[in-house]
Design a protein around this ligand. Structure first.
Ligand code: NA7
Length: 536
């Protein structure tokens, strides 16, 4: 109270991850708008700043998981590996921030706790936990779809005398796990990366698994100069392909159903994808996510591979997913994950059978046993898609909070805006395809599209932009329809809000594909931004 606002800008961008940085550069350098970025972390990078756990890597090829806006940037940056590690991605982010002088418009350590739409001035008033306040005509939430961390409530956790860590909130200073007794809770993408990485270092590793995971070998490789030269030579075509693809991934797409071929041909086809595709294994046939019978063929193939990778039959059975279709939860890619359980110092604890019960000074207890530990690692993921948008208090027209507006599940128009919250835009939010493919391609589409909308509205003297309620309802229906015929409903996944007790069960990402999504957004723009009210 009493402090003068620290900023008064055209656009307040919340978050300095890949999305926030792209938004800042585009709006400031290409569109001439003033921008203030507010970032909770003490440095830029978003998810790649926080997820510093051992073994953290991107599941998408580094070439495809990079910005496409600057050929100079492409020329000077050399990715060293097919899948970049977290430190290398962070170096890339720093390089971008420095090269395009982005830091001058970013406040670090500024976690937004409140944003309110002021009807009289048609501005957003924004406050941060550290006392920083200011206003902007527009508010862009670039807070990430997997960034609000989630940790199960465990009785007695505060009494534990060892170290408690979360993969997505890993300390900046190195954590020495050498010869420690470590427990990892969670076997999603993060668990699957941290487990094989720390197993050779620690004394004992206990893996607390609730649901076994489908994972396909990542096929990680170090890139040679020749690889990089080949990638560069094809980069423009590759980028074009990504932009036109339904997933933003550079994996060949098959239009064939898994049921159109006989067993022998199918197995050969799966072997081919298994050998190279990584995450793209999911695209090996066109109907793996829409036809259970087709899905079963892929799931059986992966299960047969797990059987080859795990020696002990009982352990193998516990590690084999059987209760949900492959891909209905976000599929994982790994390097030596299943094989890690063949090590004598690694123990799998089935917490579906014996749930976690409590923590004491020395141990993590399940309902049937006690595990003495020095370190507990939560690899339990995030409050996906909506968590980072609902943690701050966002108040729109008439003081309605976003939490109130979304109490039955997120409502968006094109995944980019929500009615009653004028001049607020979301990057990679619910209702966008961002979580079902390469998020970088979604981010760049959102950034360009929203930037066009802002500059055009400002030029036309209609700076106040609001998604119409009926357009929002139609988009939500369209998002539901796109997911209707899929197998996504058959797993308790974060796509559906199943990761948080009490969260509304609605399918949040747009399953119609990035290509179709882009077409729909382009059509809306062509129709004079149909579905948005734009007023002086
Ligand atoms: P995920 O994929 O959401 O995985 C979280 C894991 O933690 C998963 O195995 C969960 O089991 C488990 N979990 C979550 N809550 C609990 C509780 N309360 N008790 C026991 N186990 C629990 O998060 P990640 O960080 O691995 O990956 C996130 C994204 O990063 C990933 O999708 C990629 O996009 C990169 P469950 O399956 O729910 O039974």
């Amino acid at each position: 109270p009493g402090t003068a606002p620290a900023f008064d800008v055209d656009v307040v961008v919340v978050g300095a991850g890949f999305a926030g940085l792209a938004m800042l550069r585009e709006l400031r350098d290409e569109r001439g708008l003033s921008v203030q970025v507010l970032e909770a972390g003490d440095d830029v990078g978003g998810v790649w700043y926080w997820n510093r756990y051992p073994g953290a890597r991107c599941d998408v090829d580094s070439t495809d998981y990079s910005y496409s806006f600057s050929s100079e940037l492409d020329e000077e940056w050399n990715w060293s590996e097919r899948y970049a590690t977290q430190p290398e991605i962070l170096r890339y982010v720093h390089h971008v921030a420095d090269k395009f002088d982005l830091r001058s418009d970013i406040s670090l350590g500024a976690r937004v706790v409140e944003a309110s739409w002021d009807e009289d001035s048609s501005h957003w008033h924004v406050s941060c936990e550290n006392g920083l306040t200011g206003r902007g005509r527009y508010l862009v939430m670039a807070t990430g779809c997997l960034s609000a961390t989630k940790r199960p409530e465990l009785d007695g956790l505060g009494d534990f005398r060892g170290q408690v860590l979360h993969t997505a909130d890993w300390p900046a200073e190195p954590v020495d796990l050498t010869d420690k007794r470590v427990g990892v809770i969670g076997t999603g993408s993060s668990g699957i990366q941290v487990i094989p990485t720390v197993a050779p270092v620690v004394d004992q590793l206990f893996v607390f698994q609730r649901t076994p995971t489908f994972s396909v070998p990542a096929r990680h490789q170090v890139l040679t100069d020749a690889d990089r030269a080949a990638i560069r030579a094809e980069l423009p075509q590759r980028r074009e392909l990504l932009r036109k693809s339904p997933t933003g991934l550079s994996v060949p797409i098959t239009r064939q159903s898994a049921l159109e071929v006989d067993d022998k041909e199918r197995r050969a086809h799966y072997e081919e994808y298994w050998a190279t595709a990584g995450f793209g294994f999911l695209l090996s046939y066109s109907d793996l996510l829409t036809n259970r019978e087709s899905n079963d063929t892929a799931a059986d193939f992966i299960r047969s591979k797990i059987a080859e990778r795990v020696e002990d039959p009982e352990l193998r059975e516990k590690l084999t997913p059987r209760t949900y279709p492959y891909g209905a939860k976000r599929p994982c890619v790994d390097t030596g994950y299943y094989e890690t359980f063949n090590r004598p110092n690694v123990t799998l604890v089935d917490i579906a059978e014996s749930p976690l019960a409590k923590v004491t000074e020395t141990s993590l207890h399940t309902s049937t046993a006690e595990y003495e530990l020095d370190v507990i690692v939560f690899a339990t993921g995030f409050d996906a898609m909506t968590g980072s948008l609902l943690r701050p208090e966002i108040r729109g027209r008439g003081g309605e909070t976003l939490r109130e507006h979304w109490q039955g599940g997120p409502l968006t128009y094109l995944g980019l805006a929500t009615s009653g919250f004028p001049n607020m835009f979301i990057i990679a939010g619910p209702g966008s395809p961002s979580l079902l493919g390469n998020v970088m391609v979604s981010i760049e589409q959102h950034v360009d599209w929203v930037s066009d909308l802002l500059t055009r509205s400002l030029a036309e003297g209609t700076p106040t932009i609001e998604a119409q309620r009926d357009a929002e309802a139609e988009w939500v229906a369209h998002v539901n329809a796109a997911a209707a015929g899929t197998l996504y409903w058959e797993a308790a996944s974060y796509y559906l809000g199943a990761e948080i007790p009490g969260k509304p069960r609605v399918f949040m990402p747009y399953a119609g594909g990035l290509r179709r999504y882009r077409r729909e957004c382009d059509q809306v723009a062509q129709d004079g931004y149909a579905g948005f009210s734009r007023t002086p």
